[in-house]
Design a protein around this ligand. Structure first.
Ligand code: AMP
Length: 282
């Protein structure tokens, strides 16, 4: 039976028992409003570990002042059902006050990797992410932690933090789950009108086109970016934030397609900012 725990002391007590019986622990950090993307991470963790913990926490410090913290979708009952069906054992669902009590002062920051792509458009966002993930890793002390490549930059940043801070956890990347028509599944898709959703299909369409260009030998990032931009710009409702091609490890822009590259983009439809990407290895 799935257990829901809301305070830090209780989950630490629970974990002490589990570790005493040598259980291998997997952690899946989320902000809730769970969908098939999250479910795939939970299923992977349930396959690879004895116990899977899903954290559900809409982390206030990773949202900018004009972002969607207050309206971010929440539905704990549904999250419990999705988690249980995917094989989770425990939901950790702390309040903001439990995680950041009055007088809270400590932040974790990864340099450079967080200053590009989404970090450029969302200053402070990754500092909020690395801080909350550090806290969750300290609380749960899992053997493995699971991140979706939907947020590829987040995965690269967390992997670096875990390496730099000598944390004892394996960071496991999981592939992007898409709707049947190609749209990357996101909790924020619920905010899209049906016209915006149709227009948003241009994101995956352009990325698949870019992949085809690379597979047929195109090496010039400028030409690939232009193609992506042309496809997305055909949609009147699309407002491009960035389209970039970077090295997957360093997140530095590349002047030639070689090795493992990340083609990443962020585009706004109305007030909803969507991200998508594709990783191509040459
Ligand atoms: P979020 O609740 O949006 O913070 O996401 C929690 C985790 O689920 C992150 O590691 C995301 O990258 C991952 N995730 C979200 N959407 C998808 C998706 N469509 N496919 C794979 N992973 C996803």
């Amino acid at each position: 039976m799935l257990k829901t725990i809301t305070n830090i002391k209780d989950i630490k007590d629970e974990l002490k028992q589990l570790k005493f019986s040598n259980k291998i622990i997997g952690l899946v950090p989320t902000m809730g409003f769970l969908h098939e993307g999250h479910a795939s991470l939970i299923k992977t963790s349930a396959c690879q570990n004895d116990i899977t913990i899903v954290s559900i926490f809409v982390n206030p410090i990773q949202f900018g002042p004009n972002e969607d913290y207050n309206i971010y979708p929440r539905d704990l009952q549904r999250d419990i059902t999705v988690s249980q069906n995917a094989g989770a054992d425990i939901i950790f669902n702390p309040s903001a006050n439990e995680m950041y009590p009055e007088g809270y002062k400590t932040y974790v920051e990864v340099k450079e990797l967080t200053e590009v792509l989404c970090g450029r458009s969302r200053p402070g966002h990754f500092k909020g992410v690395t801080t909350v993930v550090s806290k969750l890793l300290n609380i749960v002390q899992p053997d493995r932690v699971y991140f979706g490549l939907k947020d590829a930059q987040q995965y690269v940043v967390i992997k670096k933090m875990v390496e730099d801070l000598n944390m004892n956890v394996k960071v496991v990347p999981c592939p992007i789950v898409r709707d049947i028509d190609g749209l990357a599944i996101s909790s924020r898709n619920i905010f899209l009108s049906s016209d915006e959703r149709k227009a948003a299909l241009s994101l995956s369409k352009s990325l698949f086109e870019a992949e085809k260009m690379i597979k047929s030998g195109e090496k010039d990032p400028e030409k690939i970016i232009k193609k992506i931009k042309d496809i997305i710009s055909q949609e009147k409702l699309a407002n491009i934030d960035y389209i970039e091609i970077v090295n997957f490890d360093t997140l530095k822009t590349v002047d030639k397609i070689r090795g493992k590259v990340l083609i990443a983009l962020a585009v706004k439809f109305g007030n909803t900012r969507l991200i998508d990407n594709i990783i191509v290895e040459v």
